[in-house]
Design a binder for this molecule. Structure first.
Ligand SMILES: [Zn+2]
Length: 245
């Protein structure tokens, strides 16, 4: 099992499930919402070699956490994984759009300076903005667009740029999500839970359930579930996350 985007520190019982996540998942990318949370979570999750904590500053808290921008930028060279970062273009966050863009642009610039990073990106209502910033820094690393919900045109652009897409079960429950997923080349799809935010049947999706998308994907791709799992693992291997063997 693998999970490329989970808010593991935000599950109500995070400490109780940590050992299980580490055991069942070959790899888990635990994204954080602020650089301070990254520092704290890295300490708490230390010793769980299959769980990587990503350095983030969530666009929804761009205003509240703006004072942590320097900590974010100065920590990128020490962090192998970045996320959750991005821009949220929905009306609720329109007042902070300028700050969000400033944070995202400087983060991606810094990723390029650091030699490239794996970056988990939030792009709700802002896919075009996200893509144009990534384009400015072509050596920023490997962008993974998490829970992509843009237009087909934006999706095609992201595919041309060879961005990855982390997909969760909830996304595949809607027709729009299914349509988008059917347009992503299979070699660019990765699994995510986005738990505990993503809920299915009233329960948060767990990191060891992220690969459940393979059942829906197998229908979209017209292959068996085991073939779609293999595809997912091949995609993951290509990321070269540098796990201890
Ligand atoms: Zn998230």
């Amino acid at each position: 099992m693998i999970d490329l985007h989970t808010h593991l520190d935000l599950y109500p019982n995070a400490l109780d499930i940590l050992a299980r996540v580490n055991k069942e998942n070959r790899f888990t990318l635990a994204v954080t919402t602020s650089p301070r949370a990254w520092l704290a979570t890295s300490q708490v999750f230390k010793g769980h070699e299959n769980i990587m904590v990503a350095l983030g500053l969530h666009p929804e808290v761009a205003d509240q956490k703006f004072s942590e921008l320097n900590l974010l930028l100065s920590s990128i060279h020490k962090a192998d994984f970045i996320g959750e970062v991005g821009i949220d273009g929905s009306s609720k966050y329109s007042k902070t759009l300028e700050k969000q863009e400033l944070i995202f642009d400087s983060t991606i610039r810094e990723c390029e300076k650091a030699g490239g990073r794996i970056i988990s990106i939030h792009s709700r209502g802002a896919a075009s903005k996200i893509l144009s910033i990534i384009r400015k820094y072509p050596s920023c690393g490997t962008p993974i667009l998490h829970w992509f919900s843009g237009s087909i045109t934006e999706l095609k652009e992201a595919v041309e740029m060879r961005c990855y897409f982390s997909v969760n079960s909830l996304m595949l429950k809607s027709q729009k999500g299914k349509d988008l997923a059917s347009k992503i080349p299979s070699e660019l799809v990765l699994p995510e839970s986005d738990g505990p935010f993503a809920n299915l049947n009233g329960k948060p999706i767990m990191p060891w359930e992220a690969m459940d998308i393979c059942s829906d994907l197998s229908k979209i791709w017209n292959i068996s579930i085991s073939q779609s799992k293999k595809q997912m693992m091949r995609n993951f291997e290509k990321l070269n996350v540098g796990l201890p063997q």
